[in-house]
Ligand binder design. Structure first.
Ligand SMILES: Cc1cc2nc3c(=O)[nH]c(=O)nc-3n(C[C@H](O)[C@H](O)[C@H](O)COP(=O)(O)OP(=O)(O)OC[C@H]3O[C@@H](n4cnc5c(N)ncnc54)[C@H](O)[C@@H]3O)c2cc1C
Length: 473
């Protein structure tokens, strides 16, 4: 425990964000960082509780927060990094974009402000990169066994890194032109700079992971090939299918899936040229984002940076409460109203809204027609006379994702699906097909990076055991 009365003597400090008027002019990271001294001071607020809920309940990875807070408070940064890396392959990523369930479950959270766990994690990770402590970890003994990983999102990357370090040969197949899954083509640069991913990819390449980009399993390469040529296959293909809306006017021009827009924005930020016929232009437009979640919020921040005339985010569900309700006590994740940095930049948020129709002129969307809803328990009715119309020159659909179901990947491998249509696995991440494992969003549905990394690590451990048992290594 760094300091007995640290949590009383030191106030929680957050790094804050760049000023709105400055940050909306670029796609650079919006969140600032505390200085090293400030983070050390924040670390002294950790109470090293007898039951550290941050570690055992909040963090899906089981990050040992009290222990590394103690280490940095004692100026043992390298030891802190080793401890952090023992549970988390990519702390520089979770340190940037995790919603930090560790903090909401911190013992200080209900009455005092939580320990700044995420900033501590980020500072340890970045110090490690700065000092050159993050080096490739090359397995001394090679097993000669081969594992194929399908998908290079956080699940696939974590699984690949764990498996290469166990001495197996690992090839990651990625259908996209860049690695990282939603870390790259999903989460905007202003939340997660893409150099951060590239830096980690270079480490993995040096460790021996082979990345095959623009190869779609199920189309470019068959399941038969993978089953024949590899000792195990890990499917980490995410939830690639966006949920659509079926209301009149859906086929009008100017209505796009959020992820298509966000992907294009990242490509532009990374210097790609977009064909003018395909460019989704928000400049000067009234934008409607349908879906009140995080993907929608990322669209809000992006269209504001592209100079939209206005942006409105509409959500079907009612606004969450501002404080925890009695059936959602600490240390559970609080189901409360949240506002992102993008929301601060200028958006109108509407809750309990039903989408009725898109109206157009000359085939292009011009208006969005909605209605206010009255929610009672888990069902809603439309409020008579509450219909409204909003200008809408661009509509971004951000209503979540649906599982694989009929994807070529699932069909090719002949994988059993669960009742939601996600890939079915047992507790060892085994699918219904021998030597095929699956993990991450492909199994649990749209989730969080920290859960994806955890799944990737656990799955890798199962694959390693499977290979060793099968071949008596
Ligand atoms: C816009 C957006 C913002 C988000 N922001 C956050 C955030 O701030 N914090 C957070 O914690 N979480 C966030 N998430 C959620 C998080 O990104 C996901 O939970 C996480 O990326 C899931 O990881 P994954 O590896 O399972 O899947 P993905 O990241 O989706 O990766 C799957 C990869 O598999 C590839 N693939 C699919 N099929 C094939 C195939 N047949 N052959 C080869 N490759 C294939 C895909 O191209 C993709 O690269 C966000 C999600 C979205 C959509």
């Amino acid at each position: 425990m760094p300091k007995l009365d640290g949590f009383l003597a030191v106030k929680r400090k957050d790094p804050g964000y760049r000023a709105v008027e400055e940050r909306v002019l670029d796609f650079n990271r919006v969140e600032l960082m505390l200085s090293e001294e400030e983070v050390v001071e924040q670390a002294t607020r950790c109470m090293d509780c007898g039951v550290p809920f941050c570690h055992i309940h909040g963090c899906p990875l089981g990050n040992r927060i009290p222990d590394y807070a103690d280490l940095i408070a004692n100026n043992q940064w390298k030891e802190a990094l080793l401890l952090l890396e023992s549970t988390n392959n990519f702390p520089e990523i979770t340190g940037r974009i995790c919603p930090a369930p560790c903090e909401t479950s911190c013992t200080l959270a209900p009455d005092f402000l939580a320990t700044a766990c995420e900033q501590i994690e980020l500072q340890i990770a970045e110090r490690g990169w700065k000092e050159g402590w993050v080096l490739p970890e090359i397995a001394l003994v090679k097993t000669g066994k081969r594992v194929a990983v399908v998908g290079s999102g956080p699940t696939g990357l974590a699984a690949a890194q764990q498996l290469i370090r166990k001495g197996h040969e690992v090839i990651v197949f990625e259908k996209s032109d860049r690695l990282g899954g939603l870390l790259t083509y999903g989460i905007p640069n202003f939340k997660l700079e893409k150099e951060v991913i590239e830096r980690r990819m270079n480490q993995m390449i040096m460790e021996g992971v082979v990345f095959e980009k623009e190869v779609e399993i199920g189309r470019d390469l068959s399941a038969h090939y993978l089953l024949h040529k590899f000792d195990a296959v890990v499917i980490a293909s995410g939830t690639p299918l966006p949920r659509d809306i079926t209301i009149p006017g859906r086929s009008l021009e100017g209505i796009h899936f959020a992820l298509d827009y966000l992907t294009q924005q990242t490509k532009i930020v990374l210097g790609d040229t977009i064909d003018s016929n395909e460019y989704i232009d928000a400049k000067g437009k009234h934008v409607i984002v349908i879906g009140g979640g995080d993907t929608g919020s990322d669209c809000v921040g992006s269209v504001i940076r592209r100079g939209c005339a206005s942006v409105t985010q509409v959500e079907l569900l009612p606004a969450p409460p501002t404080v925890r309700s009695s059936n959602n006590p600490w240390p559970q994740w609080p189901l409360i109203m949240r506002s992102s940095s993008s929301h601060e930049e200028g958006v109108t948020r509407m809750w309990s809204i039903g989408s009725k129709e898109f109206q157009g002129v000359n085939g292009k969307v011009k208006r969005f027609s909605g209605v206010r809803l009255n929610w009672k328990e888990n069902s809603f009715t439309e409020i008579p006379g509450s219909e409204f119309i909003l200008d809408a020159d661009l509509v971004l659909l951000s209503m979540g994702f649906i599982p694989h179901r009929e994807s070529p990947l699932v069909k090719e491998f002949n994988l059993a699906l669960d009742s939601r249509g996600s890939i079915q696995t047992d507790e060892k991440y085994r699918t219904s097909v021998d030597k095929v494992f699956a993990a991450g969003d492909a199994v649990i549905g749209a989730s969080l990076v920290v859960k994806a990394i955890n799944h990737g690590r656990q799955c890798a451990s199962s694959v390693d055991k499977y290979i060793r048992n099968a071949h008596s290594l």
